[in-house]
Design a binder for this molecule. Structure first.
Ligand SMILES: Cc1cc2nc3c(=O)[nH]c(=O)nc-3n(C[C@H](O)[C@H](O)[C@H](O)COP(=O)(O)O)c2cc1C
Length: 303
């Protein structure tokens, strides 16, 4: 029997629910030597800001057991270069859905970037959860009123492209933020971004990251992400993209049962550049084993 892996996000059809998470896949070209990106459900672009950013000082990544820390700090060429150079370059070899990831340091900056890229991509993911910048970023994602304000501004600046808001796990109650974004007009939610973490070099007695604190990601955070997707999916009616610690096809099924319509694979791509390929290839076999005919049938079925 043919297994149907197709899902849809706000009317946008994805051939399968698997896409790389923002920040681990650049602007789409980096993995071309490994596999054809056209096998992906969608491509998610690196976090983009109004002006180009060099990011934080190095070292800005550190290995951990079953995960990693990063404090990259939104290195990117800026929204104008993404629109004039990165997007056209990506379209030369990739023909599927594209999700832009937008960050800002003020509500106006979010609105301006969203307005510029409206209609040029399939989904705009508004990142209100970056832990690696001093101002803005996560500050917007930890207060329901600010989260709603950014969402309203992004929606007000866009007319064509659905807006998903990417939530931070570094809050007491993520459902509160999810509901606030939904009420402010979000078309969907992506969760989770990284958890705050730290390492110390015991020989030098200094923090490993130049920025001291960074975002923790990778397979260790999967149960946290799953719990949050489960909690949020039970209280909102807009689609949820699940992200955090996904490293194998089984995780995709589990995340969808918790409520995700699609999933993003982050750090696992840095450990194994073939991760998305491997997961997508395995999905139909796993569906057969689990007696799943249509992947959409399992979304949110966990009790
Ligand atoms: C090196 C690195 C850079 C990241 N950059 C971004 C970014 O620019 N925008 C964003 O929304 N999330 C960013 N993230 C967070 C990921 O998209 C994802 O939410 C998080 O890593 C959890 O997923 P994972 O455990 O599969 O890595 C970044 C993560 C890593 C590891």
């Amino acid at each position: 029997m043919v297994r149907n892996t197709q899902v849809s996000l706000c009317g946008i059809k994805l051939k399968n629910p698997v896409m790389p998470a923002s920040g681990v896949y650049g602007f789409g070209g980096e993995y071309r030597d490994f596999y054809d990106p056209n096998i992906l459900g969608a491509v998610v672009l690196k976090g983009t800001t109004a002006r180009p950013r060099f990011g934080n000082p190095t070292p800005r990544v550190a290995e951990c057991t079953s995960g990693m820390l990063n404090s990259v700090g939104l290195q990117n060429p800026g929204i104008d270069a993404v629109i004039s150079q990165e997007l056209p370059r990506l379209r030369e070899f990739y023909h599927g859905p594209v999700i832009a990831n937008i960050s800002g340091f003020s509500v106006e900056e979010y609105a301006s970037c969203c307005g510029k890229i409206d209609g040029l991509v399939d989904i705009i993911e508004v990142n209100i959860s970056c832990p690696n910048v001093e101002r803005g970023g996560m500050g917007f994602g930890t207060d329901p009123e600010l989260a709603a304000e950014v969402t309203r501004a992004a929606k007000g600046a866009t007319a064509k492209t659905p807006v998903f808001v990417k939530l931070s796990p570094n809050v007491a109650d993520i459902t509160e933020i999810g509901i606030a974004c939904q009420e402010a007009g979000a078309d969907g939610l992506t969760l989770i971004n990284t958890l705050l973490g730290m390492r110390i070099d015991i020989r030098t007695k200094t923090p490993v990251l130049a920025n001291k604190i960074g975002g923790f990601s990778g397979s260790a955070i999967f149960p946290v992400a799953l719990r949050m997707v489960y909690e949020v999916s039970r209280v909102v009616h807009i689609p949820v993209i699940g992200v955090g610690g996904i490293s194998k096809a089984e995780d995709v099924i589990e995340m969808m049962m918790a409520g995700a319509t699609a999933v993003q694979v982050g750090s696992e791509n840095l450990r194994d550049p073939m991760a998305c390929y491997r997961i997508i290839e395995k999905l139909p076999n796993l569906m057969e084993k689990l007696n799943i005919e249509n992947l959409v049938d399992i979304i949110n079925i966990a009790e």
